[in-house]
Each structure stands twice: as structure tokens, then as C-alpha cells.
Design a protein around this ligand. Structure first.
Ligand code: NAI
Length: 253
């Protein structure tokens, strides 16, 4: 078991990549704190983990709320200890040119995708640094390194996640704490599907997109979860400040 006796705190774990990460970590022996703004999704994740014999607990959390994030981490440390934080919660936005993007959309995307990750690191770092162990995995995107047209606010937010990850890694390494990011391309989740569903011809948009993937398909959330699990585990003990692309070869072609 790669995460035996570890406690893993996952945001946005009520769906998609977060749920798959929570499930994979539980399979590897971790006690998992399943957190999400959506109690139904979060509770379902816990039920699925328990049905498979794992240990998980739900905590309702909106990652944009810094005080609530601090309290959730504090409670986790007190009750279970804390080894890994996966800052996964994130949102997309309807496709729009930069100049046509609504200010409210821009602000909310940055609030969840950037401030949410910031809040998670601010809350967790004092505990991890004090115990001189543990690590953080932030979920970026291929949009951390590619500028996606009509996804400018999303690209801005995910670019920030990658460089923030590097800064945290540079700061916290001497305290025995690692910080990495995964950079997935399209994954088959509600958020990934939403990208195509908002196109005028979703099937055609998907077909065109798949042509750009050497592996010829979208990722399954479990495939992204496996990369997160690797970075979170001791197998990645000398890896920090890294942005690991999980993109079916998209960025090589
Ligand atoms: P998803 O939509 O399936 O799941 C996202 C989860 O985050 C949901 O359970 C939702 O309730 C939760 N959430 C949303 N706002 C929240 C908030 N303020 N506080 C707490 N929880 C909140 O999305 P998916 O695809 O699993 O995405 C997970 C991460 O992966 C996101 O950061 C996303 O940007 C990133 N990503 C996804 C890709 C994809 O194609 N699916 C590609 C690249 C990156």
C-alpha cells in the first residue's frame, strides 16, 4: 500500500478527477478527507470508498473561503493528522473571447482556481512544515502551459497555479515539504464534457480535438488520479516543483 497510515485531503472530491483521486488514495491505504462545495457528490464519493472497504470522511468546503479552509485543515490535523493535500477543485467557463468575458466570470474563475489553491496551501503549509513532512499536489491543466483560445480566464488561472506550485516548492523544500502539479489535458468528466457541449457542434468539436492526441482519446479521470497518486507518494520523494503533463501526448505533436 503506497499511502498506508497517511491522511489525504482532497478538494472538489465529489466528482471527476477529485473523486477518482480520493478513491485511488483510499485503495492505497490512506484515510481520505473528501471535501467539496457539493454535499451530494461528496457524500457519494465517501459511500463508494466505504463500499470498497476504505476509510473516508466528508467535509463540506468551498475553497474560496479562506477561514473555512483553515478550519477544515485544522480539524483534519487534530483528528487524523495530515500528510497530503490535493488542491483539485476547479471550474471552467463558457467559451468567449477575452474582451467578451464577463467580469463576474473572470472573477469567479480566479476565485476558485487560483484563490482556492492559494487558500489550500496557506492553510496546510504551517502544519506540514512544522512536522517536516508531507506534500501538496495542485491540479493545473495543459492550459497552465498552453494559451487556450476562448479560455483566457481559465488559461490565466491555470498558468498561475503552475508558477505558484514552483514558488511553494522553492520555499518549503528545506522544511521537508514537496509541492507539485499535474497538468491534465481533456479528461472525461462533467467539466471536460462541458467544454464540448458548449460548442455549436459538440461531436465535431470532439472529433477535431481527438485528432490532436497521439493516443486518440480523452483521459479517464482515474488516469489523472494515478499521476496525482504518484506525486503524492514516496515514489516521488525527490520530485518537487514539477508540472507533470498527463495529456496523451498532446503537447508532443
Ligand atoms: P468536475 O466538474 O467533474 O469536478 C469538480 C468538482 O469541484 C465538483 O465536485 C465541484 O462541486 C467542485 N467544486 C467546484 N467549485 C468548488 C468550490 N468553490 N469549492 C469546492 N469544490 C468546488 O471537474 P474535473 O474535470 O474533475 O476537474 C477537476 C480539476 O481538474 C479542476 O481543477 C480542473 O480545472 C482540472 N482539469 C480538468 C480537465 C478536464 O478536462 N476534465 C482538464 C484539465 C484540468
Amino acid at each position: 500500500m503506497r499511502l498506508a497510515d497517511k491522511t489525504v485531503f482532497v478538494t472538489g472530491a465529489g466528482s471527476g478527477i477529485g473523486r477518482a483521486t480520493a478513491e485511488r488514495c483510499a485503495e492505497e491505504g490512506a484515510t481520505v478527507l473528501v471535501t467539496d462545495i457539493d454535499p451530494d457528490g461528496g457524500t457519494e464519493t465517501v459511500d463508494r470508498i466505504e463500499a470498497s472497504g476504505g476509510e473516508a470522511h466528508f467535509h463540506e468546503l468551498d475553497v474560496t473561503d479562506a477561514e473555512a479552509f483553515d478550519a477544515a485543515i485544522e480539524a483534519t490535523v487534530d483528528e487524523y493528522g495530515l500528510d497530503v493535500v490535493v488542491n483539485n477543485a476547479g471550474i471552467g467557463h463558457p467559451p468567449a473571447l477575452t474582451e467578451d468575458t464577463e467580469p463576474s466570470t473572470f472573477e469567479y474563475v480566479l476565485d476558485v482556481n487560483v484563490k482556492g489553491v492559494w487558500n489550500g496551501c496557506q492553510a496546510a503549509l504551517p502544519h506540514l512544515k512544522e512536522q517536516e513532512s508531507g506534500n501538496i499536489v495542485n491540479v493545473g491543466s495543459l492550459a497552465s502551459v498552453y494559451g487556450l483560445p476562448y479560455q483566457a480566464a481559465y488559461s490565466l488561472s491555470k498558468g498561475a497555479v503552475l508558477n505558484f506550485t514552483r514558488a511553494v516548492a522553492a520555499e518549503a523544500g528545506r522544511n521537508g515539504v514537496r509541492c507539485n502539479a499535474v497538468l491534465p489535458a481533456f479528461a472525461d468528466t462533467p467539466l471536460g464534457r462541458q467544454f464540448f457541449e458548449t460548442r455549436s457542434d459538440p461531436e465535431k468539436a470532439k472529433e477535431e480535438m481527438l485528432k490532436r492526441y497521439p493516443l486518440g482519446r480523452l483521459a479517464q479521470p482515474e488516469e489523472v488520479a494515478d499521476a496525482i497518486l504518484f506525486l503524492a507518494s514516496d515514489e516521488a520523494s525527490f520530485i518537487t516543483g514539477e508540472g507533470l503533463t498527463v495529456d496523451g501526448g498532446f503537447s508532443t505533436s
